[in-house]
Design a protein around this ligand. Structure first.
Ligand code: NAD
Ligand code: DAU
Length: 344
């Protein structure tokens, strides 16, 4: 049995990754260490919570003493716990620096100093560390050699973690690998991110708040494709290397909005143009040829518009899930499941 410690496994990508790992690697045990911030939701994991190969531990990645025994038990660490929402980082960057920078440094030191065999450390980074591309020249793409130019406090905090990972490989010879992925979509995404937010608003009869001129472009990748890429890099990636992960699926926000409106049977009148995000990155676009060429990974579940339609349907079919998130009721689940003492 191989034991993988996943940090942030109760979030959107984390919960999908934990399920993906258990389903695809029967010889894997998973420890999910998550402190359960507002975006950590154990209801994302009810389908596997009684699997004997799975264990949840409520713990903060900034707490080295809590992380040490978990790392010692593990053969490898997939580090994805983070503050993840750009708009929140603009309102208050402090939790982003704490978790994404300090927390990553703590995890690196705990893994580096853990007794016994060396452990692989995979850092789930983001394409936002590359800054922004212009809309005018579609031939420009982020490659692994594109200089780090983070523009939002979120991106700067992820870039700091990313640079620390590179530094720990260079300085201490740690076995690190890094993935830099584009925008994910799929089930269990916290309804502050654009796709679940827009679908939930429309179901509730509310308009969708489109930032600025709506021409900003994102590359959309289904979360299952991202999970497969993470596992591929974990198992086959070269130590010290960075791998871009993307869907080759660029859409402007206005195009995305029209697609969602169309799929749900609404018209333009449901769009509410609102003030732009401060420092709003114009375009993200990934060149993912390295991971394809060297590790044989290709996206297989992100094809548009089918994959978007399937995701929209998931939020339509699981209204209770996001309604419980929106009302905060999902937080009761932890106490029901683990008891009041466990949450102290
Ligand atoms: P999310 O906000 O849905 O989940 C984050 C998880 O981390 C939550 O479960 C939260 O409770 C946990 N967490 C936060 N602070 C913690 C701490 N101090 N200790 C332990 N756990 C903590 O985020 P997500 O969208 O699933 O993103 C996961 C990772 O993937 C992040 O590192 C993010 O930067 C990266 N990423 C996300 C995307 C995307 O499109 N969502 C794309 C590329 C990279
Ligand atoms: O590119 C990878 C990144 O993708 C990840 O690192 C981040 O964790 C993840 O949150 C995501 O960042 P974005 O800022 O691109 O995602 P978000 O869903 O917040 O916004 C997507 C686009 O939609 C962006 O251009 C802003 C726009 N938007 C967003 C919201 C929430 C709107 O127009 N209206 C909105 O209400």
């Amino acid at each position: 049995m191989t034991t993988i410690l996943v940090t942030g496994g109760a979030g959107f990508i984390g919960a999908n990754f934990v399920r993906f790992l258990l389903a695809n690697r029967p010889d894997c045990r998973v420890i999910n260490a998550d402190v359960l911030t507002y975006s950590g939701n154990l209801e994302n994991l009810t389908s596997i919570e009684s699997d004997p190969r799975y264990r949840f531990v409520k713990a903060d990645i900034c707490d080295a003493a809590a992380m040490e025994p978990l790392v010692e038990e593990a053969d490898a660490v997939v580090h994805m716990a983070a503050e993840s929402h750009v708009d929140r980082s603009i309102l208050d960057s402090e939790p982003f620096i704490r978790t994404n920078v300090l927390g990553t440094q703590v995890m690196l030191d705990v893994v580096r100093k853990a007794p016994g065999k060396p452990r692989r450390f995979l850092y789930v980074s983001t394409d936002e560390v590359y800054g922004s591309l212009p809309l005018e020249d579609k031939s420009l793409l982020f490659t692994e050699e594109t200089p780090i130019t983070a523009n939002s406090p979120y991106a700067a905090s992820k870039a700091s973690g990313d640079l620390l990972v590179g530094a720990y490989h260079h300085t201490f010879g740690m076995d690190t690998v890094t993935t830099r992925c584009s925008n994910n979509f799929g089930p269990y995404q916290f309804p502050e991110k654009v796709i679940p937010l827009f679908v939930a608003n429309l179901i509730e009869g509310k308009k969708v708040p489109l930032y600025g001129d709506g021409l900003n472009v994102r590359d959309w990748l289904h979360v299952d494709d991202h999970c497969e890429a993470i596992l591929t890099v974990l198992e086959k990636g070269t130590a010290g290397e960075v791998y871009n992960v993307g869907g080759n699926n660029e859409r402007s926000n206005i195009e995305l909005t029209h697609s969602i409106l169309g799929l749900m049977g609404f018209g333009e009148e449901m769009i509410e143009p609102v003030k732009d995000r401060l420092g709003h990155d114009r375009r993200y676009a990934i060149d993912a040829t390295k991971i394809a060429r060297e590790l044989g990974w290709h996206p297989t579940r992100s094809a548009w518009p089918g994959a978007l339609a399937e995701t929209v349907r998931w939020y339509q079919d699981n209204t209770e899930w996001w309604q419980r998130v929106r009302t905060g009721a999902y937080r009761d689940y932890y106490e029901q499941q683990y008891g009041r003492a466990a949450s102290a």
